[in-house]
Design a protein around this ligand. Structure first.
Ligand code: HEM
Length: 442
């Protein structure tokens, strides 16, 4: 990939027919369907709306992702001093990533498996025994575990704040879907939520420093006890993004997993057997022993990637293969579409965890992107995988799952892909099988 020059080869990018506003309205009524139809009609690269280009080819997407921070920008936090479009802040962010990864990587965090087991068991027990919205319950289970890993002992006090702030922060995403209306109010709420979480984290950092309490095994202490620690504001930003990212995204993935387990007693039985076989006397499950369950998680992240759409912005004029992008072009690409493309996968619409058990990857290179790729790839990918695998294991070991959803349930993703109107009931296991049934309400 190179910066555009006057004589570089350049094909004009096909544009979705009709007005920009008309295309946007069609898109808003059925985001996934529209992108799929446009890709079929216009090919792997097309324009949609003003300065927006959609890419649907693994190679081109990989080029964009690996050039992030150079020719392309990732979405940035809203709060001014954290804006990674400035080179200085970008450098700080990348240093924070290197340090912060240690704080959330299961191999580096002491007792990570025991803590995850404990947090997930408690989270599931809290949801059991009453009908509850599936997405919210799954988010709570994962969110509590992520907050524990990031903040350790202070976790429970922070959880409610993170859950509330995530709603406001995720409701405003100007890179992915610039709001058509109500943007000022939503932006203000998102900024206020980011500021509130940052302020509380700054307070926590100050307390930890004052008490000299930096030995803990959590992201916050690990960031603060580095030889060349980040400035407090940057450390708080890092932790804030990890808390928000570790709350809603794995929660969305867990919701799809629970829904599938309820619908597939055969798969549930296999996951349960693996869980019971690897459970120790304390009730902890070793994630390394859950081979089939991990394959199920990968398959569900393929079929329902929570971050179903990712975005970058061209910092400068860029040639992308035969295509030329102007500076400021928003580049969108959808892991959801890529994961279901028959050119890159065998029978992509079929749920088949076994495809992940072979010796080689079951897809064309770069066609599997649940965690993104390149320098801004998810920092919590290993933690997220372990969390989901263990959650599925504990769930099937201890509970019967009953899931109900309206027969008309349609995918309408926003920033995340979530089963929005599905209800769940977990009941302590007594040997019966799980079920999925249509709800009697609309
Ligand atoms: C199944 C679980 C998860 C999925 C599917 C997921 C997915 C993603 C994706 C796709 C991105 C990249 C977005 C982009 O390229 O624009 C991302 C970024 C990020 N994720 Fe995750 N994530 C998961 C779990 C977690 C967890 C558990 C944490 C931390 C506790 C976390 C922390 C982060 C952070 C900090 C970033 C921002 C990285 C940066 O901008 O440099 N994620 N995640």
């Amino acid at each position: 990939m190179s910066a555009t020059t006057a004589d570089s080869p350049c094909r004009s990018i096909p544009c979705v027919a009709g007005s920009a506003l008309g295309a946007r309205f069609s898109y808003e009524s059925d985001r996934i369907g529209c992108l799929g139809r446009w890709a079929a009609e216009y090919g792997d690269v097309f324009r949609f709306g003003v300065r927006t280009v959609v890419i649907n080819s693994p190679d081109l997407v990989q080029r964009v992702l690996s050039n992030t921070n150079k020719q392309f920008l990732a979405a940035t936090p809203l709060v001014e001093h954290l804006h990674t479009s400035s080179s200085e802040n970008l450098e700080l962010w990348m240093r924070g990533r290197r340090q912060g990864r240690r704080g959330i990587h299961p191999d580096a965090v002491l007792d990570c498996t025991a803590r995850l087991n404990d947090a997930l068991r408690r989270g599931l027990a809290e949801c059991a025994g009453r009908p509850t919205a599936l997405a919210a319950a799954a988010e709570r289970v994962c969110g509590r575990a992520a907050v524990d890993i990031c903040l350790g002992a202070d976790a429970s006090a922070f959880y409610t704040l993170i859950a509330r702030a995530s709603l406001d922060i995720l409701a405003f995403n100007q890179t992915l879907h610039p709001p058509l209306w109500g943007s000022r109010r939503r932006r203000a709420r998102a900024v206020a939520a980011e500021v509130e979480v940052s302020d509380r984290l700054m307070g926590l950092i100050a307390l930890r420093r004052a008490a000299g309490a930096l030995d803990d095994q959590d992201m916050i202490s690990i960031l603060l006890r580095q030889d060349n620690p980040l400035p407090d504001k940057a450390a708080a930003a890092m932790i804030r993004i990890a808390l928000i990212g570790g709350h809603s995204t794995p929660g969305a993935a867990l919701a799809w997993i629970i829904r599938e387990l309820a619908a597939r007693p055969d798969i549930t039985a296999r996951v349960r057997m693996e869980a019971l076989d690897s459970r120790d006397s304390k009730g902890d499950i070793q994630v390394a022993e859950l081979r089939f369950t991990a394959a199920l998680v990968k398959e569900m992240l393929r079929l329902y990637p929570p971050t179903w759409m990712l975005a970058r912005e061209a910092r400068e004029p860029v040639d992308l293969g035969p295509w030329s992008l102007e500076a400021g072009t928003r580049v969108l690409f959808s892991p959801y579409l890529m994961h279901r493309d028959v050119r890159w996968w065998d029978q992509p619409d079929v749920m088949r965890p076994e495809r992940w058990l072979g010796a080689s990857a079951p897809h064309t290179p770069n066609a599997y992107l649940p965690f993104g790729a390149g320098p801004r790839m998810c920092m919590g990918s290993r933690l997220g995988m372990d969390m989901l695998t263990l959650a599925a294991a504990h769930l099937t070991a201890d509970y019967l799952i009953d899931v109900r959803e309206p027969a008309s349930e349609k995918l309408h993703p926003d920033i995340l892909l979530v089963p929005q109107r599905t209800q769940m009931m977990l009941t302590r296991h007594q040997g019966a099988t799980a079920s999925i049934a249509p709800a009697d309400h609309g």
